[in-house]
Design a protein around this ligand. Structure first.
Ligand code: MN
Length: 328
């Protein structure tokens, strides 16, 4: 399929590149490093070769979220966002921007999101999981009460918020002890991000701000497969759930969430996601440069879904949700 749009497509700047070192075997670091720092060269060639019209670009992980010094986190977000705006301006027909946000401080994050949407013309935000403010162990999830004003700004701006994975801290990783292979995309990323998403659903956030649009990568981080059980465990017990949200969590999943195919190129999984959340809420992505554009595109172009769904998932859902200036 021509004209595909990708939403989870990363870059790095010199100040953040080392955050991506160590995720993969040392012998591929020179290749990964070059892929992350390139925007206008090899990346565009791959997009051309595999039918990708546009990438929405976002900073690598965890970067801003893992900078404990709040002032430095704020400065790094500004630097990365300004750099990205400059790159997007060179090829706005092929690249658009998603904002990095210093969510160590809800008010600073609100102001930076407003600047990115109004001044830099970004299309939304991509945040790398929880933020650490002032110390390693001060871990902030965005269901906390101090983020309600931030979410009111996100709803008012009417832009999607992409909740992207990061690894749990060492102190919160005991379950993975002795099994470092479970960290990152193998398992820990999905677990961490799915729990964060469930916290948002259960907090009552979407009762207060029903227009919020949250995007999850990796075909929903396992949630499509699990949401029914989240709401229906011990079905014979009539005691209401003990969380603040007013409705079943699956209802927020179906009304406030969107999923992408980033890094999860499996037709069986895609069909389950379509059955759970609908083809109008799923969008193509690759997770470049951690995954290959050809692996994503070759799989998606041949996946056993209807052509109508392929066009929605490959292109038109993203154009509509992110209000992209593209034909069709
Ligand atoms: Mn990613």
């Amino acid at each position: 399929m021509r004209g595909k749009i990708g939403l989870e497509e990363h870059f790095a700047i010199e100040e953040t590149i080392e955050d991506s070192n160590g995720f993969l075997a040392p012998e591929v670091w020179p290749e990964l490093r070059a892929r992350l720092l390139d925007i206008q060269d090899n990346r565009l060639r791959l997009m051309d070769a595999h039918g990708m019209e546009m990438m929405l670009l976002s900073l690598n992980a965890p970067t801003v979220q893992a900078i404990h010094d709040v002032k430095r986190a704020h400065e790094m977000a500004i630097r990365a966002n300004d750099f990205l705006a400059n790159e997007v301006a060179k090829r706005p027909d092929r690249f658009q921007g998603l904002a990095a946000l210093p969510l160590q401080d809800a008010d600073l994050a609100s102001r930076e999101l407003e600047r990115c949407i109004h001044d830099l013309k970004f299309k939304g935000a991509l945040v790398n999981g929880f933020s650490q403010a002032n110390s390693e162990d001060n871990i902030l999830y965005y269901d906390l009460p101090q983020y309600r004003d931030f979410w009111s700004v996100v709803q008012k701006l009417d832009v999607p918020f992409y909740l992207h994975p990061r690894n749990p801290t060492a102190a919160w990783s005991q379950i993975y002890g002795g099994h470092p292979w479970l960290m990152g995309p193998t398992w820990a990323f999905g677990q961490e991000t799915a729990v964060h998403a469930l916290r948002l659903m259960a907090s009552g956030l979407f009762d207060q701000f029903p227009e919020l649009k949250i995007v999850l990568g990796h075909m929903g981080e396992g949630l499509p497969y699990s949401m029914w059980r989240v709401d229906h465990r011990n079905g014979w017990v009539k005691t209401p759930p003990s969380y603040p949200a007013k409705r079943k969590l699956g209802e927020y999943f179906q009304e406030n969430f969107y999923l992408t195919t980033s890094g999860n190129f499996r037709t069986q999984t895609l069909i389950d996601a379509i059955l759970e959340i609908g083809a109008d809420r799923i969008m193509f992505s690759t997770d470049w440069p951690f995954e290959n554009v050809d692996h994503a595109a070759d799989w998606f172009d041949a996946a056993s879904i209807s052509e109508a769904d392929r066009i929605k998932i490959g292109r038109s859902n993203a154009a509509k949700l992110f209000k992209l200036d593209v034909a069709g």
